[in-house]
Design a protein around this ligand. Structure first.
Ligand SMILES: Cc1cc2nc3c(=O)[nH]c(=O)nc-3n(C[C@H](O)[C@H](O)[C@H](O)COP(=O)(O)O)c2cc1C
Length: 191
């Protein structure tokens, strides 16, 4: 599959099979993030791989899922089996780093997907609790986590036909993700 096809195929996955992910693949994901572009090549990002099942379960308790699906979260038996936390080392970069974080997260996501592993980038986190739980030192900040696991759902992307950007589940419980049309987003030469 080409990189472009992989990018089009990627959807956020929030239901996962309970199969472990090989540590070598998790390490490969982090390596893909490590070599990503970095503003001024400061490389302020570090990574915490969480794959120990009791700790994975503890992390889940401090994450928030699918804001547009009220009162929904992955049920027991369909929760992530690993997380890769992206933390910013403030000794390397005093402020910002959001763009580095986004690029790193996408490298993790695409590397995982190439191996058949689905993911959900997660910014809705109880950071103080997770900082303690994962022993994140004072000079580092949790920016984002990527929840991982083999997919147990098959979301579909669709062109937006209304004003709503909200993803939703259909009568078969399949997730639909509206995307604004290309013609609305693309401007040639001038806006
Ligand atoms: C920076 C960022 C933070 C996100 N945080 C969460 C989150 O906390 N919980 C969640 O369920 N999804 C989260 N998502 C996933 C988005 O909801 C998802 O990307 C969006 O609905 C579009 O779906 P798609 O990824 O399938 O294109 C996040 C995505 C990004 C890029």
């Amino acid at each position: 599959m080409s990189t472009y096809e992989l990018i089009l195929q990627r959807r956020t996955i929030r239901r996962f099979k309970q199969e472990p992910i090989a540590p070598a693949l998790l390490e490969k994901c982090v390596n893909a993030a490590r070599v990503a572009p970095s503003g001024a090549n400061l490389q302020p990002l570090e990574y915490i791989v969480v794959c120990d099942p009791p700790l994975v379960a503890q992390v889940f308790a401090h994450t928030a899922w699918a804001g547009y699906l009220p009162d929904w979260e992955p049920a027991p038996g369909e929760r992530p089996v690993a997380y890769i936390f992206i933390v910013v080392n403030r000794k390397c970069r005093a402020g910002g780093a959001e763009m580095d974080v986004g690029i790193a997260a996408e490298n993790i996501t695409l590397t995982a997907l190439e191996a058949g592993v689905g993911s959900c980038m997660m910014g809705s986190l109880e950071r103080p609790t997770l900082t303690n739980l994962l022993a994140v030192p004072k000079h580092c900040e949790i920016a984002l986590t990527v929840a991982l696991g083999y997919p147990a759902e098959d979301p579909v992307m669709e062109e937006m036909t209304s004003d709503s950007i909200k993803y939703y589940r259909d009568e078969n419980d399949r997730l639909h993700v509206p995307k604004r049309p290309l013609a609305q987003m693309l401007h040639w030469n001038k806006y």
